[in-house]
Design a protein around this ligand. Structure first.
Ligand code: SAM
Length: 329
């Protein structure tokens, strides 16, 4: 098992399939984009499946989430998902996506065994979407969400990041709309992971503020029907339930003590945390001929070094060199 020195066990693997994205959300990257990883540095589909197989078959990974960058941009996505869902024991397999292209891919992904999706949507207004993401693709996201629901990739979860003065006035309408569609909305506090290093604590819309913004329109009560466990979202029943809303207070309400995640970047580096400053290379030894056993051993050592917490509140905190898009959110 991937146990760290604090006794936490990593069972949830987040795999970035590419660092490229077709949106330019301001909290993530600049409008001109970034210098993408050269293709030769990206893991091939076979390499990704080999590492995921080692994780599932030897190291106790029971949940695999494909992300990016934008995972729908990876041409072999359906094949990678199909090869993941046929592993034994079968992991839960999900996708975090901006939804652009999901209208076409939802059915093939469902047929490949994908369990469910998280789709990012920060606004109901196409104009705000264009300002926030620097691309006029709001309708594609809405269509992608509907296709995911139609293909049975449920529960369809919606991720929203609120930015002060940009879309924070939409908190309640985003929730109302998600409830009407049957989607489960989760608000994520903005984290210091943007490539431009423009994040500031003062400007961040906190979990407390999000709950305050919602409480004008909804009655929210903590959902203690199931243990929170390692789930990053604090969940609340909306107007008595059963509908729920989640708030992920990564910055102001950190949940590092219960973290069960480990990440694999698109260039084959193991990361223990979004905010890790160290990575462990699996790609180079794999390309140099390491056996599955040797790669598993390296992975175990990497996880054993996981830090107690993300340290954002520590005076010595440094934003990681890689932005969110290159880590895999
Ligand atoms: N492209 C996919 C998407 O849009 O969902 C997957 C990758 S994206 C990095 C994953 C999630 O991270 C999205 O929900 C996005 O809103 C969120 N995200 C990106 N930068 C963030 C930041 N600085 N703080 C909080 N969430 C962020």
């Amino acid at each position: 098992m991937l146990r760290d020195s604090f006794g936490r066990v990593a069972t949830d693997l987040r795999v970035s399939l590419t660092d490229k994205c077709n949106l330019r959300c301001t909290y993530c990257m600049p409008p001109e984009g970034l210098d993408w990883l050269p293709n030769a540095q990206l893991l091939t589909a076979d390499e990704i499946v080999r590492l995921v197989t080692i994780g599932v078959e030897r190291l106790g990974i029971d949940e695999v989430r494909y992300t990016g960058g934008e995972p729908l941009l990876r041409r072999e996505l359906v094949d990678i998902v199909g090869r993941t869902t046929t592993l034994t024991p079968k992991p839960q397999v999900s996708l975090t996506t901006n939804g652009i292209g999901l209208a076409r891919l939802a059915e093939p992904l469902a047929a490949a065994g994908l369990d469910r999706v998280n789709v990012s949507l920060d606004t109901l207004d196409p104009g705000t979407f264009k300002r926030l993401a620097h691309r006029d693709r709001h309708a594609d996201v809405i269509d992608g969400l509907a296709a995911a629901d139609g293909a049975g990739l449920r529960p369809v979860k919606v991720n929203a990041v609120l930015m002060r003065g940009v879309n924070d006035h939409e908190a309640a309408s985003l929730l109302r709309w998600s409830l009407d569609q049957g989607y489960e909305l989760r608000f994520i506090e903005q984290m210091p992971l943007d490539a431009q290093h423009g994040w500031s604590r003062d400007n961040m819309v906190t979990a407390d503020e999000i709950l305050q913004l919602l409480s004008g329109s909804f009655d929210l009560t903590p959902d203690d029907r199931e243990e929170r466990g390692s789930a990053p979202a604090e969940r609340f029943l909306v107007d008595g339930g059963p509908a729920r809303v989640g708030v992920i207070g990564s910055v102001t309400r950190p949940f590092c003590g219960a973290c069960d995640r480990v990440r694999l970047t698109a260039d084959g580096q193991v990361r223990n945390c979004l905010f890790a400053t160290e990575e462990s290379d699996l790609k180079t030894p794999m390309r140099d001929g390491a056996s599955d056993e040797e790669l598993a051993e390296r992975w175990l050592v990497a996880v054993s070094r996981k830090r107690a917490g993300h340290g954002i509140d520590d005076p010595s905190f440094l934003q990681p060199a890689r932005p969110m898009s290159a880590i895999g959110g």
